[in-house]
Design a protein around this ligand. Structure first.
Ligand SMILES: [Zn+2]
Length: 195
C-alpha cells in the first residue's frame, strides 16, 4: 500500500471537515508558483518573497500575487419559480443557477446583470447577496446572489447554455451536489435551509 497517492481535487469535493478547502488552497498556491517561475515583464527567474505571499523578480522588482478570479452566480426568481440552466459540461440532467466571470472594470452587480442578459436574455432586479465559496478550478471565488425577474423571454446563448427554463418547486430537475454553493443557493430559495 503506497504511503500517499495523488487524488484529483474534484474527487474530494464532498469530504467533510474543511479538507477540500485546504486542498483547494494548496493546489492554487502550487499552481501559482509553477506559473510564475519567471518574471512576466523581463523574463528573469523569480524568487519567493519573504514575509508575504508573492513571487518577486530580482531583476526589475515586479511582484506577482496569487490570482483569484471572481465569478458571480445568480439565482433568478419569478414568484416561486426558479430560473435554472445547464451548460454542456454539467453532468447529464443537472441544472443550476447562472454563473460567469467578472470582467475587468466591472462590479459584481454589473457582472450579474450582464451574465444573465447574455446567457438567457432576460433582465433582473433586486439583487441580494447570499454567500461566497472559493472554487479552485483553477482559481475562482464564486459570489452568489438572488435576483428577481424583471422582463424578457428566456433566450439561451447557444455557446454557453444547453437548456434553460423556469422550474416550480414541485418539478425540479436534477440539482448540483449539496456542498456546492449553487445547491445551497437553490435550497435557500426553496426555504429548505432558511438563511
Ligand atoms: Zn522582472
Amino acid at each position: 500500500m503506497p504511503f500517499a497517492e495523488a487524488t484529483p481535487l474534484r474527487a474530494i469535493f464532498s469530504w467533510p471537515g474543511g479538507k477540500f478547502a485546504l486542498a483547494g488552497r494548496a493546489t492554487q498556491l502550487l499552481d501559482w508558483q509553477n506559473h510564475h517561475r519567471f518574471c512576466g515583464q523581463c523574463g528573469t527567474p523569480t524568487v519567493k518573497k519573504v514575509g508575504e505571499l508573492s513571487m518577486q523578480c530580482p531583476g526589475c522588482g515586479l511582484l506577482a500575487y496569487p490570482r483569484i478570479s471572481p465569478a458571480v452566480m445568480v439565482l433568478v426568481r419569478d414568484g416561486d419559480k426558479l430560473l435554472l440552466a445547464r451548460s454542456p459540461h454539467f453532468k447529464p440532467g443537472v441544472f443550476s443557477a447562472l454563473a460567469g466571470f467578472v470582467e475587468p472594470g466591472e462590479t459584481l452587480e454589473e457582472c450579474a446583470v450582464r451574465e444573465v442578459r447574455e446567457e438567457v436574455g432576460i433582465a433582473i432586479a433586486n439583487l441580494r447577496y447570499f454567500h461566497s465559496q472559493p472554487w479552485p478550478f483553477p482559481n475562482s471565488l464564486m459570489v452568489a446572489f438572488f435576483a428577481d425577474y424583471a422582463g424578457g423571454a428566456i433566450t439561451p446563448d447557444p455557446n454557453e447554455i444547453e437548456a434553460a427554463d423556469w422550474f416550480s418547486p414541485d418539478s425540479l430537475p436534477l440539482l448540483p451536489e449539496p456542498i456546492s454553493i449553487s445547491r445551497r443557493l437553490i435550497d435557500a430559495a426553496l426555504c429548505l435551509h432558511p438563511q
